[in-house]
Design a protein around this ligand. Structure first.
Ligand code: 4AD
Length: 456
């Protein structure tokens, strides 16, 4: 029989096939089902047996096509990433053989829904050998179908759910503040400005001040919102748009704030490692990863400077680090990787931190501020207590050259019922780079935005 003349027909005497998703196959053992998806891998064994690994987004399923089923024109010309609909019976894989999920589909009928050109492997290969990130990430809409890339995006989804479960469980409300705003917060040079009717506006760098305004209205709050930073360089941990988990709580102390961060980070990881699906994904990407032990190590900024000098880590200009220096990305990561556990770096000097951070009672040179550093990434969280006294706020506005008329609403917070409060922001992509052991945050979001790149 010629492949062109073979026409497959469904055997109507077979039981009807229910359309299912591949992650449900456990429930359909020995039953006839229909699965639809994309050809992830395929190969012939001889001319009478063809294996297709079908991917439908939920999981992969090894499928066996025999005899006439693999003699058709469609079978002989099938390409990777083609869309197919397979009908057959779910069987547990016999011992000694392996297949994803330990099940396979013994196909009795199949159809092509859409045939892909035969170059999908070439696309993946080209992108993965190219070192220019713009070229590499230009193909990301196809690359995300890969085992690793899709696993990271799945862990991302589970993580967002886990953050929400955690904050819901401790009674914090989620808010959705605007991303278009009128005033700068975290430093002028990294702002995206845009026209906005008669005035200008900018993209939000942080929702913190809005969160602070919500506490007297809603109690403790959090948000998972996009933040925008006009970064100048492509690095392992900077995006121009990133997903920012931000939290704000009233009537807490600095110690409470540290506990709050520890609980959020560890609570989220516990949740991810308890769920069998996210646990398997994390195990695939970062074998042996466990929830870090509590309490996290605490280190004052001053002692970090000492640590760098004792370990002969030098500044960019070759000199020793001095009290008051910002600790850049690479020495910070070197220290964290050497210590090899999460570190709360606390009490940064006032001049290198944001205007709203209050001075510490025991040492007015420094602020009640904290960064959480983790191995392989460095800083994933920045947080602090906030100034809550009106006079103090007015005076730091002056030092920071902020116009009280612009931020009148923020000043009102320390006028109408000031209260001690604090909070933090966690970079979701940096958190993911840590728990999924990725080299760069660019691989921890769907379509990374970095200098010069806004595609796809
Ligand atoms: O330290 P940052 O700038 O702090 C704030 O924005 C505070 N207003 C947060 C708060 O207290 N509510 O940013 C917080 C975190 C960083 O620790 C880092 O994880 C992440 O946001 N982050 C970035 N992630 C990716 N790309 C960038 N360009 C980032 N800039 C900051």
């Amino acid at each position: 029989e010629n492949s062109k003349t073979i026409k497959l027909q469904q055997d109507i005497s077979l039981p009807p096939a229910k359309f299912i998703k591949i992650n449900e196959v456990n429930k359909y053992r020995d039953q006839r089902v229909n699965v639809k998806g994309w050809v992830h891998h395929m190969r012939f064994q001889g001319k009478d047996l063809m294996l297709i690994v079908l991917r439908d987004g939920t999981a992969n399923l090894q499928s066996i096509l025999t005899d006439r089923l693999c003699h058709t024109y469609d079978a002989l010309t099938l390409t990777l990433e083609s869309t197919v609909s397979l009908f057959g019976t779910i069987k547990t894989v016999i011992e000694g053989k392996s297949a994803p999920g330990d099940h396979e589909l013994i196909v009795d009928y199949w159809e092509v829904i859409s045939k892909a050109p035969g170059d999908s492997e070439a696309v993946a290969n080209k992108a993965s050998v190219d070192s220019d990130p713009s070229i590499q990430y230009a193909q990301r809409h196809l690359l995300i179908r890969g085992d690793t890339e899709s696993a990271v995006l799945k862990v991302r989804s589970y993580s967002l759910r886990a953050f929400r479960v955690h904050f819901h469980s401790i009674g914090y409300l989620e808010i959705t503040p605007p991303s278009l705003e009128q005033k700068i917060i975290e430093g002028g040079s990294s702002i995206f400005s845009l026209p906005y009717y008669d005035a200008g506006a900018c993209l939000s760098q942080s929702s913190q001040l809005y969160l602070e305004s919500c506490v007297p209205a809603l109690g403790n709050v959090y948000t998972i919102n996009e933040s925008f930073r006009a970064e100048k360089l492509i690095t392992r941990r900077h995006l121009t748009e990133y997903t920012h988990l931000e939290v704000e709580a009233g009537f807490i102390t600095f110690e409470d704030l540290l506990d709050m961060i520890e609980n959020a980070v560890c609570g989220t990881i516990d949740f991810l490692l308890k769920d069998p699906v996210s646990r398997r994904l994390i195990e695939q990407l970062n074998p042996g990863f466990v929830t870090p032990t509590r309490p996290f190590m605490r280190m004052r900024y001053e002692d970090a400077i000492k640590w760098l000098n004792e370990h002969e880590v030098k500044r960019g200009d070759g000199n020793d680090f001095m009290y008051g220096d910002d600790i850049p990305e690479s020495p910070e990561r070197l220290m964290t990787d050497t210590i090899n556990r999460p570190i709360f770096l606390t009490h940064f000097p006032g001049p290198i931190k944001s205007f709203y951070m209050p001075r510490s009672k025991d040492d007015p040179r420094v602020t009640d501020s904290v960064d959480l550093l983790v191995p392989n990434v460095g800083e994933i969280v920045g947080g602090s207590m906030r100034i809550s006294n009106y006079e103090d706020m007015l005076s730091v506005f002056k030092t920071a050259k902020l116009n009280p008329d612009d931020l009148y609403w923020y000043l009102d917070l320390s006028k109408y019922g000031a209260f001690p409060h604090g909070g933090f922001g966690l970079g979701v992509e940096r958190f993911l780079a840590w728990i999924t052991n990725r080299y760069s945050v660019l691989d921890c979001c769907l379509y990374p935005r970095f200098p010069g790149n806004c595609k796809p």
